[in-house]
Design a protein around this ligand. Structure first.
Ligand SMILES: NC(=O)c1ccc[n+]([C@@H]2O[C@H](COP(=O)([O-])OP(=O)(O)OC[C@H]3O[C@@H](n4cnc5c(N)ncnc54)[C@H](O)[C@@H]3O)[C@@H](O)[C@H]2O)c1
Length: 462
């Protein structure tokens, strides 16, 4: 089938490349000229594992191309996906639908023959009705169907997720549209991915409900982690203990610095707004959003507690800036609030991220960006692990201790075993695993830190 993909960002580019890989003919349209020219040169403007090869092979096979011209692509297409951004609207948290509606207007004038217009962007309930109204207003003569087909891929594993979805949600009552969408995803249904046909409004809500539920699960375990720290329990064992229950499931039960990213925070805000507008306040989700917002700065207090609150003049090395590993996406990353809070407390911040430093530079000020984890740790008073990139999981602790001014690690992703870090002479803090529960001393008093630093200086081979 001939497909036009409007928007070639994290979702549009991955979806376009995967649909081309199924054998369809895809043109990705983006109005960002820099992005588009990069794509036309064969460069991938985002970091997503496997995407470069997938785009290159499909472009080479003549199934995938890029253009800035909506008109020509839509005129030739049987299916048009809308995959433009829906960020939070400033002020009230509602999804900013201006990009979706602008795309709808551009599509409308080029409609030619029966065309299925599919909204892949995450949009509030009723947006499909408005897209349909716009198309009808601009082109009363056109033959089209507007379908909701929300996307559930995760950045960092986007190609796998697109090609092995848990389900494909399709919101439409139109038989012709159902047939077209089934044809697009036929290779996936052969792999047994279930297609859930439902109404358009239901499909729109499914996406928000899914993200809100996952955000709630993360926030739940984060609060349980805080309780663990007070009562001497281990949150990882609590998570395992509850996650083995099939009714609960083990995923999204990793305690950490709070969720961020391009979807959870904004989708939560948008759903809360939709609910308020409909006079059905979603109290649980309001609490989730509030708890998560305060958590990120609270993580800076965890760092400062290692120095009894005296962080002024200290140098903090931050490992991992993106909101999760295997992406360069910095949108609402916990590192942003954490670093700002550390700076507010008077700390100097050094940072390293394998892919996110380009985007981070535009969002943070006064951070010294480093070449690698060890460069970052050089002469630092504390090392804070914010994002669990693979390369941070097996750092040479001996070497790290020799490099640092003060041997302090704050592991916000619980990727190290406290006993091991302790054995290497570090003061260590993590999330929801109090050292006392492991029979280790929790002492990070200034005297102890000083003595650790002194021992290190006198005996570099310790
Ligand atoms: N990023 C994710 O992991 C993810 C996952 C599932 C769903 N979503 C949803 O998918 C949508 C897109 O997200 P994203 O992360 O890909 O956004 P993005 O910002 O990376 O990409 C959007 C692209 O659309 C382009 N664009 C905007 N208006 C356009 C127009 N009129 N014509 C052509 N191009 C236009 C922009 O230039 C940009 O390149 C959002 O609604 C998001 O919530 C995102």
């Amino acid at each position: 089938m001939r497909v036009a993909m409007i928007g070639a960002g994290y979702v549009g580019l991955v979806s376009g490349a995967c649909i081309a890989d199924f054998g369809h003919q895809v043109i990705c349209i983006d109005k960002d000229l820099t992005k588009l020219e990069a794509l036309q040169r064969g460069e991938i403007p985002i970091f997503e594992p496997g995407l470069h090869d997938l785009v290159r092979s499909n472009a080479k096979a003549g199934r995938l191309s890029f253009s800035i011209e909506v008109e020509e692509a839509v005129r030739a297409a049987e299916v048009v996906f809308i995959a433009v951004g829906t960020p939070s609207r400033r002020g009230d948290g509602h999804a900013d639908l201006s990009y979706v509606f602008e795309a709808a207007r551009e599509i409308a004038s080029a409609l030619n023959g029966f065309t299925v217009v599919i909204t892949k962007s995450t949009v509030p309930v009723g947006t499909g009705d408005e897209v349909e109204r716009i198309l009808r207003e601009v082109r009363p003569d056109a033959d089209f169907a507007v379908v909701s087909n929300p996307e559930f891929l995760r950045e960092g594993a986007a190609i796998h997720d697109f090609k092995h979805p848990d389900r494909i949600v399709v919101g439409t009552d139109e038989e012709r549209a159902k047939n077209v969408v089934s044809e697009i995803y036929r290779p996936l249904s052969l792999n047994q991915a279930p297609i859930l046909f439902t109404s358009r409004r239901t499909a729109e809500l499914i996406k928000y409900a899914a993200n809100a539920f996952l955000a709630t699960k993360v926030t739940f375990i984060n609060e349980i982690a805080d309780l663990c720290e007070k009562v001497g329990a281990d949150v990882q064992e609590v998570a395992r203990g509850i996650g083995l229950d099939n009714r609960i499931g083990a995923k999204f039960l990793h305690a950490g610095p709070g969720f961020g990213g391009s979807c959870f925070p904004k989708d939560l805000r948008a759903l809360i707004k939709t609910a308020q507008d409909n006079d059905v306040p979603l109290r649980i989700l309001e609490a989730v959003a509030a708890v998560n917002d305060t958590r990120k700065r609270a993580m800076a207090r965890k760092v400062s507690a290692m120095f009894s609150g005296a962080l002024r003049g200290k140098t903090v090395a931050v490992l991992g800036l993106t909101f999760k590993p295997n992406t360069d996406d910095m949108r609402e990353a916990p590192s942003l609030a954490l670093i700002t809070a550390l700076q507010d407390m008077g700390a100097r911040v050094r940072g390293f991220d394998p892919a996110g430093m380009g985007q981070a530079q535009a969002l943070l000020t006064d951070v010294v960006y480093c070449e690698n984890a060890y460069d970052c740790a050089e002469a630092a008073d504390a090392l804070v692990i914010v994002t669990e990139w693979e390369q941070f999981r097996a750092l040479d602790l001996e070497h790290l201790r020799d490099l640092m001014a003060c041997p302090v690690i704050v592991d916000l992703r619980n990727i190290y075993r406290p006993e091991e870090v302790h054995r290497h002479g570090f003061a260590y803090a993590c999330v929801g695993r109090p050292l006392s529960a492991l029979g280790l001393t929790d002492d990070a008093s200034p005297e102890r830190l000083l003595s650790l630093a002194r021992v290190r200086a006198n005996s570099p081979s310790l």
